[in-house]
Design a binder for this molecule. Structure first.
Ligand SMILES: CCCCCCCCCCC/C=C/C(=O)SCCNC(=O)CCNC(=O)[C@H](O)C(C)(C)COP(=O)(O)OP(=O)(O)OC[C@H]1O[C@@H](n2cnc3c(N)ncnc32)[C@H](O)[C@@H]1OP(=O)(O)O
Length: 403
């Protein structure tokens, strides 16, 4: 049966998926990003872990809309209580209004235990993020575009931002997400923004293809699934090849698989120094896509490209920058601030000039890139039916393997 997924293996994959359960409770912050999971609010009553608390603190840094003074005071007080315990500052003078308001809010928490304060903080941030996502329709709502379940798409200040939004799954790309990214790119190509940005929500940029995409086998069998997936992949990568405006990747954390290979088709790649770049195709019994079989040797030379694409060498952000895959690396602590300041300035440049310059740089190779994309997709169609690939996916799903 070599070269075909044996029927038995398909059943094993289906069984493993059914019994596959989360290994840890997700943070309320992350749950709030999934409308379907918001029904299970009881989970937010669970004790918040240090990780949940830190991710809520980071989430607050990314908040684009001012939550208002009252909310900021509550968050401030809970944060102080969670990190330092009961208020230990001398009472400020009556005329120092801001310090007094902060002091009042913190002292009002009395001897609330640190753990409870942490949990309340996480829940409050979670409720903030759900009300932000449900305020889309209101006139004063920010520019968040409706209709996406796996992405948050916003457009303001001349920048369309497409944010992968499955943080609890490290932003792994499901079939639905491939479709939504294509729709978002199509819309961004036509909107009046000057530049388009792709980034990830949470601690990962993206963990690549969602390996559960392999388990949803249609009645036509695995061959039909592989054929349709190759078409999906070709169309998906095609949208990046054809994208007409400056396209920028804001790589906020580790990147795996297709989220790395696509970077060769971006015009700028900014990375946090926490990001890593990993293309473990051989480990997965697969082969490169995203035009990386052509772009990577072109960018970094064939020896370095081979180390990544054949041997799955994981690069740090600084190594990827030295190889030319990344434009610039920023310290994680100032990443968002520095990158968005830079992008806001770029977005004010004349949009037509930027678009024309991009096209001059990219158009010469467009046809070639489409041909490479078709070839890579068709080679992968064969790989997906191989025993090497089947075994690697089963190992991941049964928790025997992780990168
Ligand atoms: C028949 C053919 C159909 C094919 C359809 C294909 C369509 C186009 C394909 C295009 C080709 C693309 C290729 C690639 O991108 S190859 C790269 C694929 N990615 C991986 O192999 C990564 C797998 N993940 C991991 O190794 C680890 O999760 C990771 C190192 C990324 C993080 O480890 P960590 O310990 O920090 O976190 P967890 O493992 O606990 O992850 C948290 C939860 O997220 C889930 N997760 C993460 N990544 C993926 C993924 N890629 N697919 C599915 N699920 C993922 C993980 O399972 C955890 O979930 P639970 O909390 O529920 O356990």
């Amino acid at each position: 049966m070599a070269g075909h997924l044996p029927r038995g293996a398909m059943l094993v994959v289906a069984r493993l998926t059914r019994s596959w359960r989360p290994r840890y409770a997700r943070s309320p912050m992350q749950i709030s990003n999934f409308p379907v999971l918001q029904m299970h609010k009881s989970q937010t009553a669970m004790r918040a872990s240090q990780k949940d608390f830190e991710s809520a603190v980071n989430q607050m840094k990314l908040l684009t809309k001012d939550p208002g003074n009252e909310m900021k005071l509550k968050l401030y007080a809970l944060y102080k209580q969670a990190t330092e315990g009961p208020c230990n500052m001398p009472k400020p003078g009556m005329l120092d209004l801001i310090s007094k308001a902060k002091w009042d809010a913190w002292s009002a928490l009395g001897s609330l235990p640190k753990e409870t304060a942490k949990q309340n903080y996480v829940e409050l941030v979670s409720s903030l993020s759900s009300s932000a996502s449900s305020s889309q329709g209101k006139p004063d709502a920010d520019s968040k575009q409706p209709g996406y379940e796996t992405l948050v798409v916003t457009s303001e200040n001349g920048i369309t931002k497409i944010m992968l939004n499955r943080p609890t799954k490290k932003n792994a790309i499901t079939t639905q997400m491939y479709q939504e990214i294509m729709l978002a790119l199509e819309a961004a190509a036509k909107d009046d923004s000057a530049i388009t940005v792709l980034t990830g929500n949470g601690d990962y940029y993206c963990s690549g293809n969602d390996l559960n995409n392999f388990t949803d086998i249609p009645p036509g069998g695995v061959e039909e699934k592989a054929k349709n997936s190759a078409i999906l992949l070709r169309d998906f990568v095609g949208c990046f090849i054809d994208f007409p405006k400056p396209l920028i990747a804001v790589v906020n954390g580790p990147a795996v698989g297709i989220s790395v290979t696509l970077l060769g088709l971006f015009d700028i790649v900014y990375a946090s120094d926490r990001a890593t770049f990993h293309t473990p195709f051989s480990h997965l019994g697969q082969s490169p896509e995203g035009c990386s079989s052509y772009m990577f040797p072109k960018i970094m030379g064939s020896a370095k490209a081979a180390e990544m694409l054949i041997f799955g060498k994981k690069l740090t952000a600084r190594e990827a920058c030295a190889q030319g895959l990344v434009t610039e690396v920023f310290p994680d602590s100032t990443f968002q601030k520095e990158v968005w300041t830079r992008l806001k300035a770029y977005s004010k440049l004349p949009p037509n000039a930027m678009r024309i310059s991009k096209q001059l740089i990219r158009n010469v190779e467009k046809e070639k890139l489409h041909a490479i994309n078709s070839e890579e997709s068709s080679v992968l169609q064969g790989r997906w039916l191989s025993d090497e690939c089947t075994n690697a996916i089963m190992n991941f799903l049964s928790r025997k393997a992780k990168l």
